[in-house]
Design a protein around this ligand. Structure first.
Ligand code: SF4
Length: 346
């Protein structure tokens, strides 16, 4: 049954290639198990199909605050995939997408004073993930873009309902920022078993190491969406998301990895817990919003500087670069704009 499901997905992808020879194919890749199975299915179809697309872009959203373990895994994988794609002379190409400097996580928090995201004020998904992907698709949309995603029907009841409402099919229409394109969801009917079967049993691309992925993936699922979701997807609750995510009370994904032996995540985990703890502290927030309305406003300059200094400490402790030079420059520029104009708490 598993093999039939995978074979069917490959056959449907071959048909899709035949019927859309001139389209621009884009694969949304997060490094998670579903998008890995998706890549394997599409690659198998590509190898077997005589009508090959001229270009298939594999895109990963580099938010700058991605779970460091997964981020390292994906970046290493992309280097190795690039070599394999060239060696095999296939028309796949990888791309790391980044938000503009002004939209990056710490520029918003430390520079502009945005409190870290919650479900009610989830400013990050659009800026860090959906925006960069949408721009990429926008530049490809003229060539009739087809975006392939590793969505699965039985991931959640809510998702099932939404996918049913949208035609109950592996093809969906999507409009984003004025760009119309199609979503192609060839693993829509995969079970978790099918996903792992595809990852472990399909031999290409050979750069994907199923064991390494399985190690990262013990026990959690769910990813932050990179195109506007067909349904509200729980974000940050799975293995893969931003290490700074305060949308969830507890970062189960990092905790799971720490328990699985990735102890280098502990300082990141502690930092996130601290961010969560201070985000609602009235002494660290302006007493009013930027537009003058009452209610807790942006983080105070001193709170932003406090976060900055702790982040620098975290960089030293973990030996990682968490702020790029251009981000520091932008933060300092934003601080200057707010200096002297902070509302005073009575
Ligand atoms: S994982 Fe959390 S912080 Fe990152 S984009 Fe999604 S909601 Fe925002």
């Amino acid at each position: 049954m598993v093999v039939e499901t995978i074979d069917l997905a490959v056959a449907e992808t071959i048909t899709a290639f035949r019927e859309n020879p001139k389209s621009r194919w884009i694969i949304g890749f997060s490094g998670g198990k579903d998008s890995t199975a998706l890549l394997k299915v599409i690659y198998a179809a590509y190898l077997s199909c005589e009508t090959k697309p001229t270009k298939i872009d594999v895109i990963y959203c580099d938010t700058g605050v991605e779970n460091p373990i997964l981020d390292r895994y994906v970046k290493n994988l992309f280097s190795s995939l690039n070599r394999e794609f060239q060696r095999e002379r296939v028309s796949f190409e990888t791309h790391l997408l980044k938000a503009p400097v002004s939209d990056r996580f710490f520029v918003k928090v430390i520079g502009r004073g945005y409190p870290t995201p919650t479900n009610k004020f989830r400013w990050c998904t659009n800026k860090l993930r959906i925006g960069p992907v949408s721009n990429f698709i926008g530049s490809a949309a003229e060539a009739d873009a087809i975006v392939c995603l590793g969505l699965r029907r039985n991931e959640s009841i809510q998702r099932d309902r939404s996918l049913s409402n949208n035609g109950n099919h592996i093809w969906q229409e999507q409009t984003e920022a004025g760009n119309k394109y199609r979503l192609f969801l060839p693993i829509l009917d995969f079970s978790v078993e099918d996903v792992w079967e595809a990852i472990c049993e399909m031999s290409s691309p050979a750069s994907i190491n199923a064991n390494e992925l399985a190690e990262l993936y013990k026990g959690a699922s769910g990813e932050c969406p990179i195109v506007r979701p067909l349904e509200p997807t729980p974000c940050g609750s799975g293995r893969f998301g931003c290490w700074t995510c305060t949308v969830v009370r507890q970062d189960k994904s990092s905790l799971g990895l720490i328990r699985a032996g990735f102890s280098e995540l502990i300082p990141f985990y502690d930092f996130r817990s601290w961010l969560l703890q201070i985000r609602n502290d009235p002494d660290r927030r302006w007493p009013q919003r930027r537009n003058g309305a009452t209610g807790p406003g942006p983080l105070t300059l001193s709170a932003r500087k406090e976060i900055y200094s702790k982040l620098q400490k975290l960089e030293r402790e973990t030996g990682t670069t968490l702020l790029e030079a251009e981000e520091v420059q932008e933060i300092e520029r934003l601080w200057k704009l707010d200096e002297g104009s902070e509302p005073i708490r009575c």
